[in-house]
Write a protein that binds this ligand. Structure first.
Ligand SMILES: [Zn+2]
Ligand SMILES: [Zn+2]
Length: 418
C-alpha cells in the first residue's frame, strides 16, 4: 500500500491524500483548496499524480473549503470521482464550493488568473451518503466512520483493503476535544493513524478568552469575523450562556447566515444534550428579538455590541463592511481561525494593528490531545498532517519519544510505502 501526499501535509490548506493498494485500486481522502490569493494565481490546489485513474472513490472528512473546494476541479479536469460523505457534508459542500468560486472570481477580476471550475462541475458531483453508523464496503475497501467534533457532519475514517484485511488505517480528519457542543471523538484502534496536528501547542481555553474579551462589549464594538458554519455557532452557544450578553437587548448582532447555521448544527445527531440545549437557547434569543439577526451591512447598528459576520478573513460579505465600521468606531476585531495570506484579515494581523487580535479557538487538537489519542488508538506508526512542516517535524520528534511509536511528518509530493 502506498500513501501519496497530494496536499495539506507539511502545510495548511488543500488537504488531499491518495491511498494506492498494490492491485492498483486508489482511494482519495479530501480534495480541498489552499486559500491563497496571489496575483494571477487565485488559490492553490492538490498536486495530483499523472497516473491517477479516471474514476476512484473520494471520501470527504468534512465540509470546509480546505477539504472539499477542489472536488469540482477534478470533474472539470475529466475525472469521475464517486464522492462519499456524511449527509450533512454532502448537503453543505456545494455551498462551500460556490463560495470559493465567488472568491476566485473576485480575485480574477482584480488581478487575473484562471477559473478552476464552473457551476456545472459543482452540480455534477456524484454523491454517496455514508450510513449514519456502522461499516460499509466501497469496492475492495472496508470503511468505518465516526464523528470528529470539528464541524457539523465531520468524520473520522477507519479503512482496510481486501488485499490485507488485517492492516487498518485511521484517518482523523480535522478534530478537537474542545467542542462545546460535541463529545470528544473516540477513534478505534488501527495500525497507521493519520492525524490532524494543527492545534496550538498550548492547551489554552478559547472559551475563557472569548468570555474575557467579550466582557468589554459595553465599551466598544467587537467584531468576530467567522466562517458560515463552524466555530460561529459554537461561539453563539457560549454567548447564550453569558448572562451579561443574554440580559442586554441588542448586545449581540449576527449575520443572518450565521444564525441560520444553528439549524444545520441542530440536524447533527452527534451533538451532546447540553450542546443541543445551548444552541436552542441561542436560536430563541434571536427569535424573541433580544439578539438581532441582520442580512445587510447597512443594518448593523453603530455603537458598542458584539457583532458576528461572515467571512472569517474579512475578504467579503458582511464582515468586510462590518470591519470598516468597527475600525472607524475604535472597536476591536477578533480573529479566531486560520488567516490565509493575502486576505485583509491576515494583513491587519501582520501589521500589528492595535484594533486587531488573535483569539485562538480550539477546533484542532493540541499535542497533548494527539498523544492521548495515540495511547487509545495504539498505532504502530503515525503521520501528522494539516500543519506546517517545521511544526509537524518538531511535534513528530516529541511524540516519538513520548509514545514510543514511529511518527512521520512528510511533505507534499512524498510517497510512503507501508
Ligand atoms: Zn476544518
Ligand atoms: Zn482543515
Amino acid at each position: 500500500m502506498h500513501i501519496l501526499c497530494c496536499g495539506g501535509i507539511g502545510e495548511h490548506g488543500r488537504s488531499c491524500l491518495l491511498l494506492k493498494a498494490d492491485d492498483g485500486s486508489c482511494l482519495m481522502v479530501d480534495c480541498g483548496v489552499a486559500h491563497e490569493l496571489t496575483p494571477g494565481h487565485p488559490g492553490r490546489y492538490p498536486s495530483l499524480p499523472a497516473d491517477l485513474p479516471d474514476a476512484f472513490p473520494l471520501l470527504l472528512t468534512h465540509t470546509h473549503e480546505d477539504h472539499v473546494a477542489a472536488v469540482p476541479r477534478l470533474i472539470a479536469e475529466g475525472y469521475r470521482p464517486q464522492v462519499y460523505a456524511s449527509s450533512l457534508t454532502a448537503e453543505l459542500a456545494p455551498g462551500y464550493c460556490r463560495t470559493w468560486l465567488k472568491t476566485v472570481d473576485k480575485a480574477i477580476a482584480a488581478s487575473g488568473g484562471q477559473r478552476p471550475y464552473s457551476e456545472e462541475d459543482i452540480s455534477a458531483i456524484a454523491w454517496h451518503m455514508l450510513p449514519h453508523d456502522g461499516a460499509c464496503r466501497i469496492g475492495p475497501w472496508t470503511l468505518r466512520h465516526g464523528m470528529a467534533a470539528h464541524a457539523p457532519g465531520s468524520c473520522w475514517f477507519h479503512l482496510s483493503h481486501a488485499e490485507r484485511p488485517s492492516f487498518s488505517i485511521g484517518i482523523s480528519g480535522d478534530w478537537t476535544t474542545k467542542s462545546v457542543v460535541y463529545p470528544s471523538p473516540e477513534f478505534p484502534s488501527c495500525d497507521l493513524f493519520i492525524t490532524d496536528a494543527s492545534g496550538s501547542e498550548k492547551d489554552d481555553e478559547g472559551r475563557e478568552q472569548l468570555e474575557t474579551l467579550l466582557s468589554c462589549f459595553r465599551e466598544r464594538p467587537i467584531l468576530l469575523p467567522l466562517p458560515v458554519i463552524g466555530r460561529s455557532q459554537e461561539m453563539l452557544a457560549v454567548m447564550a450562556s453569558m448572562p451579561e450578553l443574554t440580559g442586554t437587548a441588542g448586545a449581540v448582532v449576527m449575520d443572518r447566515t450565521l444564525v441560520n447555521g444553528l439549524d444545520i448544527w441542530l440536524k447533527d445527531k452527534n451533538i451532546s444534550a447540553r450542546g443541543r440545549a445551548t444552541l436552542i437557547r441561542a436560536k430563541q434569543l434571536f427569535e424573541s428579538g433580544q439578539w438581532v439577526a441582520v442580512s445587510r451591512a447597512e443594518d448593523i447598528p453603530h455603537g458598542p455590541r458584539v457583532i458576528g459576520a461572515a467571512n472569517a478573513m474579512l475578504s467579503s460579505g458582511l464582515s468586510a463592511a462590518a470591519g470598516r465600521q468597527v475600525l472607524a468606531e475604535d472597536g476591536l476585531i477578533l480573529f479566531s481561525g486560520h488567516a490565509a495570506p493575502g486576505t485583509p484579515g491576515r494583513q491587519l494581523l501582520d501589521s500589528g494593528h492595535p484594533q486587531s487580535r488573535r483569539l485562538p479557538w480550539k477546533v484542532h487538537p493540541s499535542i497533548h490531545d494527539v498523544e492521548k489519542a495515540a495511547s487509545a488508538v495504539r498505532p504502530s506508526a503515525m503521520i501528522l498532517v494539516h500543519t506546517p512542516l517545521d511544526k509537524a517535524r518538531s511535534m513528530a520528534a516529541q511524540l516519538e519519544s513520548r509514545c514510543g511509536t514511529k511518527v512521520f511528518a512528510p511533505a507534499v509530493g512524498d510517497m510512503l510505502t507501508i
